[in-house]
Design a protein around this ligand. Structure first.
Ligand code: ZN
Length: 380
Protein backbone atom coordinates (compact mmCIF):
# COMPACT_ATOMS: atom_id res chain seq x y z
CA UNK A 1 0.00 0.00 0.00
CA UNK A 2 1.25 3.50 -0.83
CA UNK A 3 2.31 5.80 2.01
CA UNK A 4 -0.64 7.95 3.09
CA UNK A 5 -0.54 11.58 1.94
CA UNK A 6 -0.13 14.42 4.40
CA UNK A 7 -1.89 17.77 4.61
CA UNK A 8 -0.81 20.84 6.62
CA UNK A 9 -3.63 23.09 7.78
CA UNK A 10 -4.24 25.81 10.39
CA UNK A 11 -4.52 24.30 13.87
CA UNK A 12 -8.05 23.90 15.23
CA UNK A 13 -9.85 25.79 18.01
CA UNK A 14 -12.58 24.17 20.08
CA UNK A 15 -14.99 26.65 21.65
CA UNK A 16 -16.53 24.03 23.92
CA UNK A 17 -14.85 21.47 26.15
CA UNK A 18 -15.16 20.26 29.75
CA UNK A 19 -11.84 19.14 31.23
CA UNK A 20 -13.51 18.70 34.64
CA UNK A 21 -10.73 20.11 36.78
CA UNK A 22 -10.99 21.16 39.57
CA UNK A 23 -14.13 19.26 40.56
CA UNK A 24 -15.66 15.96 41.53
CA UNK A 25 -15.72 14.33 38.08
CA UNK A 26 -12.43 12.44 37.81
CA UNK A 27 -12.82 11.21 34.23
CA UNK A 28 -10.47 13.84 32.84
CA UNK A 29 -7.89 16.37 34.01
CA UNK A 30 -6.53 19.46 32.32
CA UNK A 31 -3.31 17.49 31.66
CA UNK A 32 -5.06 14.45 30.12
CA UNK A 33 -7.69 16.44 28.22
CA UNK A 34 -5.19 18.87 26.71
CA UNK A 35 -3.02 15.94 25.62
CA UNK A 36 -6.01 14.38 23.86
CA UNK A 37 -6.89 17.75 22.24
CA UNK A 38 -3.33 18.17 20.99
CA UNK A 39 -3.54 14.72 19.42
CA UNK A 40 -6.82 15.86 17.91
CA UNK A 41 -5.12 18.70 16.01
CA UNK A 42 -6.14 21.58 18.30
CA UNK A 43 -4.09 24.65 19.23
CA UNK A 44 -6.62 26.07 21.68
CA UNK A 45 -9.62 24.76 23.59
CA UNK A 46 -12.08 26.77 25.69
CA UNK A 47 -13.13 25.27 29.01
CA UNK A 48 -16.71 25.60 30.24
CA UNK A 49 -17.51 26.73 33.80
CA UNK A 50 -19.93 24.04 35.06
CA UNK A 51 -17.34 21.79 36.72
CA UNK A 52 -19.31 19.36 38.86
CA UNK A 53 -18.66 20.28 42.50
CA UNK A 54 -16.74 23.44 41.59
CA UNK A 55 -18.50 25.75 39.11
CA UNK A 56 -16.42 28.72 37.91
CA UNK A 57 -18.66 31.34 39.50
CA UNK A 58 -16.01 33.30 41.43
CA UNK A 59 -12.66 34.92 40.72
CA UNK A 60 -11.08 32.58 43.27
CA UNK A 61 -12.24 29.51 41.36
CA UNK A 62 -11.24 30.99 38.01
CA UNK A 63 -7.76 31.69 39.36
CA UNK A 64 -7.58 28.15 40.75
CA UNK A 65 -8.46 26.65 37.36
CA UNK A 66 -6.02 28.89 35.49
CA UNK A 67 -3.21 27.97 37.92
CA UNK A 68 -3.74 24.29 37.03
CA UNK A 69 -3.64 25.18 33.31
CA UNK A 70 -0.35 27.08 33.73
CA UNK A 71 1.15 24.13 35.55
CA UNK A 72 -0.16 21.05 33.77
CA UNK A 73 -1.65 21.83 30.36
CA UNK A 74 -0.05 20.59 27.14
CA UNK A 75 -1.47 23.48 25.11
CA UNK A 76 -3.15 26.89 25.41
CA UNK A 77 -6.55 26.87 27.10
CA UNK A 78 -9.02 29.72 27.55
CA UNK A 79 -11.68 29.68 30.26
CA UNK A 80 -15.28 30.91 30.44
CA UNK A 81 -16.89 32.58 33.40
CA UNK A 82 -20.24 31.19 34.55
CA UNK A 83 -23.35 32.67 36.08
CA UNK A 84 -26.81 31.31 36.77
CA UNK A 85 -29.77 33.02 38.44
CA UNK A 86 -29.04 31.06 41.64
CA UNK A 87 -25.28 31.71 41.64
CA UNK A 88 -25.83 35.27 42.89
CA UNK A 89 -22.40 36.37 41.59
CA UNK A 90 -22.83 39.65 39.71
CA UNK A 91 -19.88 41.29 41.51
CA UNK A 92 -17.68 38.24 40.83
CA UNK A 93 -18.77 38.30 37.17
CA UNK A 94 -17.29 41.77 36.71
CA UNK A 95 -14.03 40.58 38.33
CA UNK A 96 -13.82 37.47 36.13
CA UNK A 97 -14.63 39.27 32.86
CA UNK A 98 -11.11 40.58 32.07
CA UNK A 99 -9.66 37.07 32.57
CA UNK A 100 -12.31 35.08 30.68
CA UNK A 101 -12.79 34.43 26.98
CA UNK A 102 -16.57 34.73 27.32
CA UNK A 103 -19.56 33.96 29.54
CA UNK A 104 -21.44 30.66 29.50
CA UNK A 105 -25.13 30.54 30.40
CA UNK A 106 -27.25 27.43 30.85
CA UNK A 107 -30.90 27.95 29.96
CA UNK A 108 -31.83 24.30 30.43
CA UNK A 109 -31.23 21.38 32.75
CA UNK A 110 -27.88 19.63 32.22
CA UNK A 111 -24.79 18.62 34.23
CA UNK A 112 -24.76 21.01 37.18
CA UNK A 113 -28.30 22.43 36.69
CA UNK A 114 -31.50 20.70 37.63
CA UNK A 115 -34.06 22.92 35.93
CA UNK A 116 -35.09 24.85 32.84
CA UNK A 117 -35.00 28.64 33.00
CA UNK A 118 -36.94 31.63 31.72
CA UNK A 119 -34.63 33.89 29.68
CA UNK A 120 -35.75 36.95 31.67
CA UNK A 121 -34.16 35.45 34.79
CA UNK A 122 -30.80 36.25 33.15
CA UNK A 123 -31.48 39.94 32.47
CA UNK A 124 -29.24 41.30 35.26
CA UNK A 125 -26.49 38.81 34.39
CA UNK A 126 -26.45 39.82 30.72
CA UNK A 127 -26.52 43.51 31.65
CA UNK A 128 -23.57 43.07 34.04
CA UNK A 129 -21.56 41.10 31.49
CA UNK A 130 -22.27 43.56 28.70
CA UNK A 131 -20.95 46.40 30.85
CA UNK A 132 -17.87 44.48 32.06
CA UNK A 133 -16.97 42.77 28.76
CA UNK A 134 -18.78 44.45 25.85
CA UNK A 135 -16.77 42.52 23.25
CA UNK A 136 -16.65 39.06 24.80
CA UNK A 137 -19.34 36.65 23.61
CA UNK A 138 -22.07 35.00 25.61
CA UNK A 139 -22.20 31.27 24.91
CA UNK A 140 -25.67 29.84 25.38
CA UNK A 141 -26.93 26.36 26.17
CA UNK A 142 -30.56 26.98 25.28
CA UNK A 143 -33.60 24.98 26.29
CA UNK A 144 -35.90 23.11 23.94
CA UNK A 145 -38.30 26.01 23.43
CA UNK A 146 -36.60 29.16 24.67
CA UNK A 147 -33.93 29.93 22.04
CA UNK A 148 -35.83 32.79 20.38
CA UNK A 149 -36.46 34.49 23.75
CA UNK A 150 -32.76 34.19 24.60
CA UNK A 151 -31.82 35.74 21.23
CA UNK A 152 -34.26 38.57 21.99
CA UNK A 153 -32.73 39.10 25.43
CA UNK A 154 -29.02 38.86 24.62
CA UNK A 155 -28.58 39.91 20.98
CA UNK A 156 -31.49 42.32 20.63
CA UNK A 157 -32.30 43.88 24.02
CA UNK A 158 -28.64 44.09 25.18
CA UNK A 159 -27.06 44.12 21.67
CA UNK A 160 -24.47 41.59 22.84
CA UNK A 161 -22.61 39.04 20.72
CA UNK A 162 -24.25 35.64 21.17
CA UNK A 163 -23.03 32.16 20.27
CA UNK A 164 -25.63 29.39 20.41
CA UNK A 165 -23.90 26.19 21.49
CA UNK A 166 -24.53 22.67 20.20
CA UNK A 167 -27.51 23.28 17.92
CA UNK A 168 -29.38 19.97 17.72
CA UNK A 169 -32.41 20.84 15.63
CA UNK A 170 -32.73 22.32 12.14
CA UNK A 171 -35.50 24.55 13.54
CA UNK A 172 -33.07 26.16 16.01
CA UNK A 173 -30.54 26.63 13.20
CA UNK A 174 -33.26 28.44 11.23
CA UNK A 175 -33.95 30.73 14.21
CA UNK A 176 -30.27 31.70 14.29
CA UNK A 177 -30.30 32.38 10.54
CA UNK A 178 -33.48 34.46 10.90
CA UNK A 179 -31.94 36.54 13.71
CA UNK A 180 -28.79 37.05 11.63
CA UNK A 181 -30.80 38.24 8.65
CA UNK A 182 -32.32 40.87 10.92
CA UNK A 183 -28.82 42.06 11.85
CA UNK A 184 -28.28 40.35 15.22
CA UNK A 185 -24.72 39.30 16.12
CA UNK A 186 -25.44 35.57 16.48
CA UNK A 187 -23.39 32.52 15.55
CA UNK A 188 -23.97 28.85 16.25
CA UNK A 189 -22.12 25.57 16.50
CA UNK A 190 -22.86 21.89 16.13
CA UNK A 191 -21.23 18.87 17.80
CA UNK A 192 -19.80 15.83 16.01
CA UNK A 193 -22.29 13.54 17.80
CA UNK A 194 -25.34 15.50 16.61
CA UNK A 195 -24.34 15.16 12.95
CA UNK A 196 -22.70 11.71 12.99
CA UNK A 197 -24.80 9.77 15.49
CA UNK A 198 -28.56 9.62 16.04
CA UNK A 199 -31.10 8.79 18.72
CA UNK A 200 -31.20 5.26 17.32
CA UNK A 201 -27.85 4.75 19.05
CA UNK A 202 -29.56 5.11 22.44
CA UNK A 203 -31.37 1.84 21.65
CA UNK A 204 -28.10 -0.11 21.48
CA UNK A 205 -25.72 2.03 23.57
CA UNK A 206 -28.02 3.24 26.36
CA UNK A 207 -26.34 5.80 28.62
CA UNK A 208 -23.16 5.67 26.51
CA UNK A 209 -25.15 7.59 23.87
CA UNK A 210 -26.89 10.02 26.22
CA UNK A 211 -25.89 13.68 26.33
CA UNK A 212 -27.49 17.13 26.70
CA UNK A 213 -28.82 18.23 24.28
CA UNK A 214 -29.83 14.71 23.24
CA UNK A 215 -29.10 12.94 19.97
CA UNK A 216 -31.72 13.53 17.26
CA UNK A 217 -33.47 11.43 14.61
CA UNK A 218 -31.52 10.47 11.50
CA UNK A 219 -33.28 12.94 9.19
CA UNK A 220 -32.49 15.86 11.53
CA UNK A 221 -28.86 14.72 11.90
CA UNK A 222 -28.51 14.62 8.10
CA UNK A 223 -30.08 18.08 7.77
CA UNK A 224 -27.78 19.48 10.49
CA UNK A 225 -24.81 18.00 8.62
CA UNK A 226 -25.96 19.71 5.42
CA UNK A 227 -26.38 23.10 7.15
CA UNK A 228 -22.94 22.66 8.71
CA UNK A 229 -21.22 21.61 5.46
CA UNK A 230 -22.80 24.63 3.71
CA UNK A 231 -21.58 26.98 6.45
CA UNK A 232 -24.97 28.06 7.77
CA UNK A 233 -24.02 26.48 11.07
CA UNK A 234 -20.76 28.31 11.71
CA UNK A 235 -18.49 26.07 13.76
CA UNK A 236 -17.82 22.57 14.96
CA UNK A 237 -17.59 22.45 18.75
CA UNK A 238 -17.02 19.10 20.42
CA UNK A 239 -18.69 19.60 23.83
CA UNK A 240 -16.05 17.11 25.01
CA UNK A 241 -17.71 16.05 28.27
CA UNK A 242 -16.07 12.86 29.53
CA UNK A 243 -17.38 10.50 32.19
CA UNK A 244 -15.74 7.30 33.38
CA UNK A 245 -17.28 4.20 31.82
CA UNK A 246 -18.06 3.03 35.39
CA UNK A 247 -20.28 6.09 35.92
CA UNK A 248 -22.06 5.54 32.60
CA UNK A 249 -22.63 1.92 33.69
CA UNK A 250 -24.05 3.00 37.05
CA UNK A 251 -26.61 5.26 35.32
CA UNK A 252 -27.42 2.45 32.90
CA UNK A 253 -28.08 -0.03 35.74
CA UNK A 254 -30.12 2.37 37.87
CA UNK A 255 -31.96 4.34 35.19
CA UNK A 256 -32.10 2.36 31.93
CA UNK A 257 -35.03 4.45 30.62
CA UNK A 258 -32.91 7.61 30.78
CA UNK A 259 -35.34 9.57 32.96
CA UNK A 260 -34.06 13.08 33.59
CA UNK A 261 -35.17 14.29 37.00
CA UNK A 262 -33.50 14.75 40.40
CA UNK A 263 -34.84 11.36 41.63
CA UNK A 264 -32.93 9.40 38.98
CA UNK A 265 -29.24 8.88 38.43
CA UNK A 266 -28.03 10.63 35.25
CA UNK A 267 -24.67 10.84 33.47
CA UNK A 268 -24.85 13.07 30.38
CA UNK A 269 -21.95 13.70 28.00
CA UNK A 270 -19.36 12.01 25.81
CA UNK A 271 -15.69 12.65 24.98
CA UNK A 272 -15.01 14.01 21.48
CA UNK A 273 -12.14 16.50 21.08
CA UNK A 274 -9.63 13.78 20.19
CA UNK A 275 -11.46 12.42 17.11
CA UNK A 276 -13.51 15.36 15.80
CA UNK A 277 -11.12 16.19 12.94
CA UNK A 278 -10.42 12.56 11.90
CA UNK A 279 -14.19 11.92 11.82
CA UNK A 280 -14.64 14.99 9.58
CA UNK A 281 -11.76 13.98 7.31
CA UNK A 282 -13.53 10.66 6.77
CA UNK A 283 -16.68 12.56 5.78
CA UNK A 284 -14.48 14.63 3.43
CA UNK A 285 -13.25 11.40 1.87
CA UNK A 286 -16.92 10.48 1.32
CA UNK A 287 -17.46 13.79 -0.47
CA UNK A 288 -19.81 15.24 2.16
CA UNK A 289 -17.68 18.25 3.15
CA UNK A 290 -14.72 20.16 1.69
CA UNK A 291 -11.31 20.70 3.28
CA UNK A 292 -11.83 24.46 2.98
CA UNK A 293 -15.05 24.23 4.97
CA UNK A 294 -13.41 22.03 7.65
CA UNK A 295 -10.68 24.67 8.12
CA UNK A 296 -13.28 27.43 8.29
CA UNK A 297 -15.47 25.58 10.81
CA UNK A 298 -12.69 24.34 13.09
CA UNK A 299 -10.18 27.20 12.95
CA UNK A 300 -11.08 30.45 11.17
CA UNK A 301 -14.63 30.99 12.45
CA UNK A 302 -14.01 29.94 16.08
CA UNK A 303 -10.98 32.30 16.19
CA UNK A 304 -13.18 35.18 15.00
CA UNK A 305 -15.93 34.44 17.52
CA UNK A 306 -13.61 34.69 20.54
CA UNK A 307 -11.19 37.28 19.15
CA UNK A 308 -8.10 35.07 18.97
CA UNK A 309 -5.44 35.51 16.32
CA UNK A 310 -3.85 32.33 15.03
CA UNK A 311 -0.34 32.95 13.73
CA UNK A 312 0.21 31.89 10.13
CA UNK A 313 2.80 29.41 11.41
CA UNK A 314 0.48 27.71 13.91
CA UNK A 315 -0.25 24.65 11.83
CA UNK A 316 -0.83 20.94 12.09
CA UNK A 317 0.39 18.32 9.64
CA UNK A 318 -1.97 15.36 9.36
CA UNK A 319 -0.99 11.95 8.00
CA UNK A 320 -4.12 10.99 6.07
CA UNK A 321 -4.20 7.30 6.94
CA UNK A 322 -7.58 5.62 7.26
CA UNK A 323 -8.44 3.45 10.26
CA UNK A 324 -11.18 2.16 12.49
CA UNK A 325 -10.95 4.12 15.73
CA UNK A 326 -11.17 1.10 18.06
CA UNK A 327 -8.46 -0.74 16.11
CA UNK A 328 -5.95 2.10 16.36
CA UNK A 329 -6.98 3.40 19.80
CA UNK A 330 -8.65 0.56 21.77
CA UNK A 331 -9.21 2.82 24.81
CA UNK A 332 -9.72 6.07 22.95
CA UNK A 333 -7.41 8.98 23.84
CA UNK A 334 -9.31 10.69 26.66
CA UNK A 335 -8.48 9.47 30.17
CA UNK A 336 -12.16 8.48 30.48
CA UNK A 337 -10.92 5.35 28.65
CA UNK A 338 -13.63 5.06 25.98
CA UNK A 339 -15.14 6.80 22.99
CA UNK A 340 -18.62 6.75 21.43
CA UNK A 341 -16.87 6.42 18.04
CA UNK A 342 -15.19 3.06 18.73
CA UNK A 343 -16.41 1.36 15.52
CA UNK A 344 -16.34 4.46 13.35
CA UNK A 345 -14.01 4.98 10.42
CA UNK A 346 -11.64 7.92 10.60
CA UNK A 347 -8.92 9.54 8.51
CA UNK A 348 -5.84 11.28 9.88
CA UNK A 349 -3.33 11.19 12.71
CA UNK A 350 -1.32 14.24 13.77
CA UNK A 351 2.22 14.00 12.44
CA UNK A 352 3.42 17.44 13.48
CA UNK A 353 1.92 20.18 15.61
CA UNK A 354 3.56 23.62 15.53
CA UNK A 355 1.78 25.94 17.97
CA UNK A 356 2.77 29.39 19.20
CA UNK A 357 6.28 29.07 17.79
CA UNK A 358 6.91 25.65 19.38
CA UNK A 359 6.91 22.10 18.03
CA UNK A 360 4.55 20.25 20.39
CA UNK A 361 4.28 17.04 18.34
CA UNK A 362 6.87 15.74 15.88
CA UNK A 363 6.76 12.43 13.96
CA UNK A 364 3.56 11.70 15.88
CA UNK A 365 5.33 11.97 19.27
CA UNK A 366 4.93 14.57 22.03
CA UNK A 367 7.92 16.93 22.08
CA UNK A 368 6.99 19.83 24.34
CA UNK A 369 4.14 21.49 26.23
CA UNK A 370 2.76 25.03 25.95
CA UNK A 371 0.82 25.55 29.18
CA UNK A 372 -0.72 28.97 28.55
CA UNK A 373 -3.95 30.67 29.52
CA UNK A 374 -5.31 32.38 26.41
CA UNK A 375 -7.56 35.43 26.41
CA UNK A 376 -9.25 37.65 23.83
CA UNK A 377 -6.59 39.26 21.67
CA UNK A 378 -4.03 36.50 22.34
CA UNK A 379 -1.89 35.49 19.39
CA UNK A 380 -1.26 31.76 19.32
ZN1 ZN B 1 -21.05 21.49 27.28
Amino acid sequence: MAEPKTVTIPAAIDLHIHFREPGTNKAETIASGSKAALQGGYALVCDMPNNPGNPTWTMERLTQKQAIIKKTSHMPIATYAGSQPESDNLAELALMAPHSIGLKLYGAATTGNARDYQPDEFDAIVKTWHKAAPNKPIMLHSGKDNLWEFIELIANRHSHQLHVCHINSPTDAELVMKAREKGAKVTCGVCPHHILKSEKDEVTEGWFARMQPALVDEASAAELFRLFAEGQIDVLETDHAPHLAADKWAAEQENPEGIHDPDHRTCFGVPGVEFALPLLFYQMKRGRISLERIIDATSKSPAEIIGIKLSSTTKVTWRLEEYRIGDKYPKGLSSSGWTPYMNNLAVGAVEKSFIGGKILIENGKFKARLPQVANSGSVI
